[in-house]
Write a protein that binds this ligand. Structure first.
Ligand SMILES: *Cc1c(COP(=O)(O)O)cnc(C)c1O
Length: 380
């Protein structure tokens, strides 16, 4: 019999989620409003600390879309986006008819490169159009270079939309990811560190901004007894049922972060004597990563036949999921015609990088199966 599939990252319930959902059913709050939405938002605000105001939405993608709306992005505007990320970071730029401008990564955090970012801004300004926003991402839960990006944002007066979809539980110098941007974004998709089945949130520094996001997310209804609208509305509010699941998941968030970090430690140990492999690790102790996904770089060798794809196929043959890193968006067919600034850092990472099973629910037996593939592969 084939052993069951080991996934990169699958949902992991803490146990109380069903109780929250049951109470919602009993109270008949099967709705886009309800006490659980408010409580889930409060839980997140408390967790994130600083002065954060959270609006729960239907997805992280919706949060990015509304974030850009709130930052005033309109058709024809340029929006800078880290190239190496999931397509959902950039798709909302196109929803608005705006123009994505992609920027390379740097090798320390794999996130947006400050030098290439500044080069992009200076060139876009020289061409007559200052970008409206910068989308920076904490890839795989490793914070981007917070201070350098912030300094550029201030220097050119361009707001940062912080895509923290992968980084709930990560922090930089003690401050939680999601609270650094002018707008922050979280995701609770099924594969993320906690999940509401599908869901997301916008994190704002003021109650006014949060209220504005919720206003847009609930069809932009003006204050009137009838349905009155003076702005474009969206149906992006999180369901109260999903918020109930989220309340249960918040009880285990810190435990999940620890479990993911344990998986990262497992890989550091597993590959410590294998020269061809580097485990992606936060640059120094200022950076605390949730290691949502553990990732490695495999140095290709023609002599031994070792490379990322061969390792991926070896895992797959043992029914273990692994996946190349996010393909840089400037190489994607849908985004290929937009401007790109930088060199080949993201491209090279994509060539050699592999994400490994990282779920909070991996068992000792799962680890042994992973280890066996690695040992066999690198001793052949
Ligand atoms: C998951 C993810 C998103 C989108 O979140 P959804 O909730 O799936 O819409 C956006 N950006 C990044 C980097 C992600 O990993």
């Amino acid at each position: 019999m084939k052993p069951s599939r080991i996934y990169l990252s699958s949902p992991y319930m803490g146990g109380t989620e069903q109780k929250f959902v049951q109470d919602i059913f009993i109270g008949n709050w099967i709705s886009s409003e309800g006490a659980d939405l408010n409580e889930f938002e409060k839980d997140l605000e408390k967790y994130l600390g600083k002065e954060s105001h959270v609006g729960a939405l239907s997805s992280g993608t919706a949060a990015i879309h509304l974030g850009l709306v709130i930052l005033g992005v309109q058709a024809g505007d340029a929006v800078i986006c880290q190239s190496m990320t999931f397509s959902a970071s950039a798709n909302p730029i196109l929803y608005l008819g705006a123009i994505p401008v992609f920027v390379d990564s740097e090798e320390k955090t794999w996130n947006i490169c400050p030098k290439a970012l500044e080069e992009a801004i200076v060139d876009r300004i020289a061409r007559g159009k200052k970008p409206k926003a910068i989308i920076a991402v904490h890839l795989y839960g490793v914070p981007y270079q917070i201070e350098a990006i912030k300094a550029i944002s201030i220097k050119y007066d361009i707001p940062v939309l912080e895509d923290s979809a992968e980084a709930l539980g990560s922090y930089y110098k003690g401050q939680k990811c999601g609270t650094f941007g002018d707008i922050g974004v979280l995701s609770f998709n099924g594969n993320k560190i906690i999940t509401t089945s599908g869901g997301g949130a916008i994190v704002a520094a003021s109650k006014e901004l949060k209220d504005r996001a919720v206003f847009f997310a609930t069809q932009s209804r003006d204050d009137a007894p009838h349905y009155q609208h003076s702005e474009i509305g969206y149906n992006y509010r999180m369901s109260n049922i999903c918020a109930g699941i989220g309340r249960g998941q918040m009880e285990v968030l810190d435990a999940h972060v620890q479990l993911r970090r344990d998986m990262h430690d497992f890989y550091v140990d597993l590959f410590k004597d294998i020269d061809a492999v580097t485990v992606f690790t936060a640059p120094d102790e200022d950076y605390f990563a949730n290691y949502w996904l553990s990732a490695i770089l495999v140095a290709p060798s023609e002599a031994t036949g070792i490379n990322r794809e061969a390792l991926r196929l070896a895992f797959d043959a043992a029914n273990i999921e692994s996946r190349p890193l996010w393909k840089p968006l400037h190489l994607q067919p849908i985004f290929g015609n937009y401007p790109y600034y930088g060199a080949k850092v993201a491209e090279n990472l994509f060539e050699d990088g592999l994400c490994l099973p990282s779920g909070s629910n991996l068992t000792q037996l799962d680890r042994e199966r992973i280890k066996e593939v690695v040992v066999t592969f690198f001793t052949k």
